[in-house]
Design a protein around this ligand. Structure first.
Ligand code: KG4
Ligand code: ZN
Length: 337
């Protein structure tokens, strides 16, 4: 089954053709980052307008690279929740129009479920059940993946997402948006023991809180400036990255132990972080667990992961009608459309 998938939930317009949920026939991602960089973050209205301009070209390129016409694919899938509402609406309406005009099934895909599915594209042997840590620009979740469309949230952030904390801390350090990757690079030549950063407490031991940690970095920089002291940015980046990775992996490994899972997966934009990947792999190995991480190219937003999850949603009978709408906020364990 060949699925044409569309993704437009934030600042990437993407389309892909995926075969039987596991094989990437083509994948095209048009990023808007350079434009949002000017404003220090994603400007929702600009994002919607750029999706409008790019979507025809991106979808055409994905079909062309796959050597197919739209009439030759078996279904159309779209990321419809959660995300920026104006941005999502562009993809949803485009997919809806295409599905209706071609008489193809329309498969609604939850964006975070898509991030989790990115691992299936890289690891043919990976199948549920397993436990997954999803860390992106707007989400941080520990989720039991009991089946391809059966999820149970174990913990989530109570304030900032991990990626959001990376981006805000990076901004305070003087890096452009999105700052996660700059912290990652700077951390490689820093001393992670140079600064003391807090490990914020949460009522549920598997929830996360990154707001206090981000504020601690901002205050540290502010206080140093007031005193005329130099900040060793590489070391601050290393301390921040180590602390976030330590919080994420400690809770994730503990959740896996408590629920008896030996198979772990990492997903989302922050899964590209080298410190987090290494720490999780080492700690998982130490605990006799297997950890799957997506290749860097599938960590950030893309449509291949949407096409992958769509295959399993379709098998579960999840097909939308002409009244499909975009939804800004939706839990991944209780989807509706
Ligand atoms: O999944 P994603 O592309 O978009 C959302 O669905 O939110 O995640 C984007 C986030 C940004 O916050 C970005 O800074 C972060 O992923 N990110 C990283 C790295 N690469 C991307 N954070 C830390 N280290 C990285 N190497
Ligand atoms: Zn995402």
């Amino acid at each position: 089954m060949d699925i044409l998938a569309i993704e437009s939930s934030c600042d990437e317009t993407a389309a892909a053709v995926i075969r039987d949920g596991r094989e990437i026939i083509s994948s095209v991602v048009a990023t808007q980052i350079e434009e949002h960089k000017l404003y220090g973050g994603v400007v929702p209205e600009i994002a919607s307008r750029r999706h409008c301009e790019s979507i025809v070209g991106v979808v055409s390129e994905a079909l062309e690279k796959a050597g197919k016409t739209a009439a030759e694919v078996d279904a159309i899938a779209v990321s419809y929740a959660p995300g920026l509402i104006g941005a999502l609406l562009v993809g949803v309406n485009f997919a809806k129009g295409l599905a209706l005009s071609l008489g193809k099934p329309l498969i609604p895909v939850h964006h975070i479920r898509g991030h989790i599915a990115a691992n299936y594209l890289a690891h043919p042997e990976l199948e549920p059940p397993y436990i997954c840590l999803i860390v992106s620009g707007s989400h941080s979740h520990i989720v039991k993946v009991n089946g391809y469309t059966d999820f149970e949230i174990v913990g989530q952030t109570v304030d900032d997402a991990a990626g959001e904390a990376f981006d805000k801390a990076a901004r305070a350090m003087g890096y452009p948006y999105p700052g996660g990757v700059h912290i990652d690079k700077a951390a490689q030549s820093g001393d992670r023991k140079k600064y003391q950063l807090p490990h914020p407490h949460t009522a549920n031991q598997y929830d996360f809180s990154f707001s206090g940690l981000k504020t601690a970095v901002i205050n540290l920089i502010h206080n140093a400036k007031q005193k005329g002291e130099e900040i060793d940015v590489n070391s601050l980046a290393a301390c921040f990255q180590y602390t976030v990775s330590d919080i994420l992996t400690t809770k994730f490994i503990q959740a896996a132990k408590e629920s008896g899972y030996k198979t772990l997966a990492l997903a989302g934009g922050v899964a590209a972080n080298s410190g987090l990947r290494t720490m999780l792999e080492q700690r998982a190995q130490y605990n006799g667990m297997t950890v799957y991480v997506p290749p860097i190219s599938l960590c950030g937003d893309n449509a291949a992961m949407i096409g992958c999850q769509a295959f399993y949603e379709y098998q579960a009978g999840h097909v939308a009608g002409a009244d499909l709408n975009a939804v800004a906020t939706m839990r991944l364990d209780s989807v509706t459309w």
